[in-house]
Design a protein. Structure first.
Lengths: 159, 115
């Protein structure tokens, strides 16, 4: 894999998380894949990677609009993630709330043009250090099983 | 005798939010070093280095002891496995996502070419 396209994850201070990745396409295209539900649902939760599938995906990507994603884990259980878009600037940035928990993060994704490529920044800021800690522990608890499958996927994709 | 009280992840994450401090931890992973030599290697004042080391010490990532006139630093007993593991699992999930997004972008490019 191209080193340039590597996904980096950094924890900034005690309340923030930053994920970055470079895409070989202009911001308008990456933005489109992010803001159109029929495209978004094809990549956000790669099924073979997580063992979780996206059951439904409603996204009204405009300032003040709402979204709701429902995930299934294979059995009868499903979980919903929802919130609203605080700010939407097409091809530049999307800011949304995560309202399923009491202390949800504010997520900002930005698409920056870098000579025809796009530097994507996915930034989460939690209301408190404890809230981030809890989110980390929650995801850490469910991840090992997903990761085993993820490894398989990555091995399958090859170089 | 320094005891490792396993400080909360918070402290160690905050300590590691700084690139210099990550560098210090990495350097100490290859062997103990005095504050003076760390200050030299990272091209900063002794006072500046002492502050960084103190932050790492409070987080349990580094221990120091005085030998004669020299303060030696070593990695603490609290390892970083919990943090590193979490960050890595988060990175893998996003990487899988973004690889899938790459594939969709390729399709979109193809469609535009075909039009």
């Amino acid at each position: 894999m191209n080193e340039q396209n590597r996904t980096t994850v950094e924890r900034k201070g005690t309340r923030e998380l930053l994920v970055t990745r470079l895409f070989d396409a202009p911001p308008s295209m990456v933005y489109q894949a992010w803001s159109q539900p029929e495209l978004f649902q094809r990549w956000w939760m790669p099924r073979s990677a997580s063992g979780i599938s996206l059951l439904s995906c409603d996204m009204d990507v405009r300032t003040g609009g709402k979204y709701r994603l429902e995930f299934g884990t294979g059995g009868s259980d499903s979980m919903a993630f929802y919130g609203k878009y605080l700010e939407v600037v097409p091809n530049e940035r999307i800011v949304w709330t995560n309202d399923e928990g009491e202390e949800g993060a504010i997520t900002t994704v930005t698409f920056e043009d870098q000579g025809g490529k796009t530097l994507l920044r996915f930034h989460e800021i939690y209301p408190s250090a404890a809230a981030l800690e809890e989110a980390l522990q929650g995801s850490a608890a469910t991840l090992p099983e997903q990761l085993a499958q993820l490894d398989q996927l990555l091995a399958g994709i090859g170089d | 005798m320094v005891q490792c009280l396993t400080p909360p992840l918070d402290l160690s994450f905050a300590a590691l939010a700084d690139a210099t401090r990550r560098g210090i931890v990495e350097r100490l992973g290859r062997g103990d070093a005095s504050i003076t030599s760390l200050a030299d290697q990272f091209q900063m004042t002794l006072t500046g280095m002492k502050k960084h080391v103190q932050v790492l010490e409070r987080a349990g990532l580094v221990v120091t002891r005085k030998i004669g006139r020299v303060r030696k630093c070593a990695l603490g007993k609290c390892d970083l496995s919990a943090e590193a593991e979490w960050i890595e699992s988060c990175r893998k999930l996003f990487e899988a996502r973004f690889d899938a997004l790459d594939a969709i972008i390729d399709e979109m490019k193809q469609e535009r070419r075909d039009e």
